[in-house]
Design a protein around this ligand. Sequence first.
Ligand SMILES: Nc1ncnc2c1ncn2[C@@H]1O[C@H](COP(=O)(O)OP(=O)(O)OP(=O)(O)O)[C@@H](O)[C@H]1O
Length: 571
Amino acid sequence: MAVGSPMSLLVVGYQKDMLDKMVEWKNAGIVSLVGVLDSSSNQPYQDIPIFNSADPLDEQEIDIILIVGNEETFHKEIENWRKNNKLILSAKTLWVLDRVAMQKREIQILTGKQKFYQTILMHSHEGVQYVDSKGIIRFINPSFSRITNVSSEERLGKHIEDVSPNGSLNKAYKTRTPVFGYKSSSVGSNVETVANAAPIFVDGKFIGAVATFQDVTEIKYLTEKLMEHEQEQKVINQQSSDGYESKFSIDHIIGESEEIKEPVSLAKRASRTRSTVLITGESGTGKELFAHAIHTESKNHDKPFVTVNCAAIPEELLESELFGYEKGAFTNAIKQKVGKFELANGGTLFLDEIGEMSLALQVKLLRVLQYREFERVGGLKKVHVDFRIIAATNADLEKLISEGKFREDLYYRLNVIRLEVPPLRKRKKDIQLLVQDLMDKIAERIGLNPMQLTNKGMSMLCEYEWPGNIRELENVLERLMNESSASVISDSLVLKHIQSLIGVTSSQDEVDSITYPSDNSLLPLKEVEKEYIRKTLNHYGHSLESKKKAAHSLGISISTLYNKIRDYHLE
Ligand SMILES: Nc1ncnc2c1ncn2[C@@H]1O[C@H](COP(=O)(O)OP(=O)(O)OP(=O)(O)O)[C@@H](O)[C@H]1O
């Protein structure tokens, strides 16, 4: 009898109910029926052959003889079969066969289930690997080979310790505890996988361990792409919502003197390229105006123009302001912040007061300028950027280098196109044009009718040296326009303001609505300045907005005010 094939059965005697049962077993694959041996019957039962004598039967082909009829008729044959150790059953001992049939049925059911589950495992998209209680690999599915590039021949029969000592399966096998979300990369195929593994116990007995895993390379790639897109979108949203755009063009730069024509034509040439520009010049001469104009004239004018005032932002915040930070980078980083470098991508980054940047940050800036990439604070991923740098300073960078306060290598990186904005005293010729232009703008801004100066008033303004340059001129004009009751500003009012600027204070000076110390004339100039700034700050307040107003009122830039606050320890 071949293993797994049904036992062949010969029925001795014709008994219909018994034959019904045999047919049932036959159909269930439990027995195969050789036939019925019965001398009196020759009626075939369904398709079962009927034999009247045992002559045509081959004994070798019979496993079991079931006697349900008269034993005497075939006495001789039965004796012979008994001698040859054939299994002879009667109706009374048929339960043996019944039991066999039952077990066979159970085996069939289990085999069916096994096939069912095996088919699922074979078709699973996840890789599956199983080791027995001795750690020998007994099963891998096709997905395992697909993902890892390791064939079943290479794996089956090997000990897990020998082929994958650090994998999740060996961990679960050795520790007899489950392993979840175990990340690794397959050596054979270079793919990233995430696995879960578990020991298997049956009735409390350890019988092996199984691991299932997925190829997450694509998921990882798609997740990264998605995050990149989200980040880009975030940057775009911020760029457009925060109004990072240049506000002035070359036409806003007033002046016809040779001294101003030269930087203007250099600015026009610079706007045709993406080269770095270093703008130098005294405070209030128009460096920021030039930076805006260069961007506006460039072909990237519709891209962001992002200003960073290196003096106005506290040192400890400047890094995160420039580089941005990842969520959780430090205690207050409750969400990710996009830095100015990223915001300026594609456009211009204007670094005002670059001379105020700390040496530590200069090193980092230099690296960004060299490699055009950086990492956010608390982040590992490289962010690529492409922007043009325009830097401005009223400090003497060469002097700062000699004092060890500014890096020479950064200086050479920035000093590609050098644009020097001349102070007002070197282009007095432009003052008249500027005064007219500024008065028109101020009138519009503060809601007054256009105003004028007399020739004498104008020449008084032209003669003054304007240490605070155009911003100072602008502030004085605004005060004059506010104080004048006529549309033509009186010469005496102009004189009074000029006198107050050069220190010959008249008793009714408008700015002195803030009281000086009674003996201010005896104080050194710096002390007076410190006291004056302190009172102005007290008057306006200490918020950023208040400081802007205070700087405006003092006729200095916000960064100069910050410098003075720091130098005089006013905060
Ligand atoms: N040539 C010019 N024509 C018209 N307005 C000008 C000109 N130059 C400067 N201004 C005006 O003067 C004021 C100061 O200019 P700006 O802020 O650009 O100077 P700055 O050199 O950057 O100053 P700081 O060094 O203090 O930052 C601004 O209101 C600006 O519009």
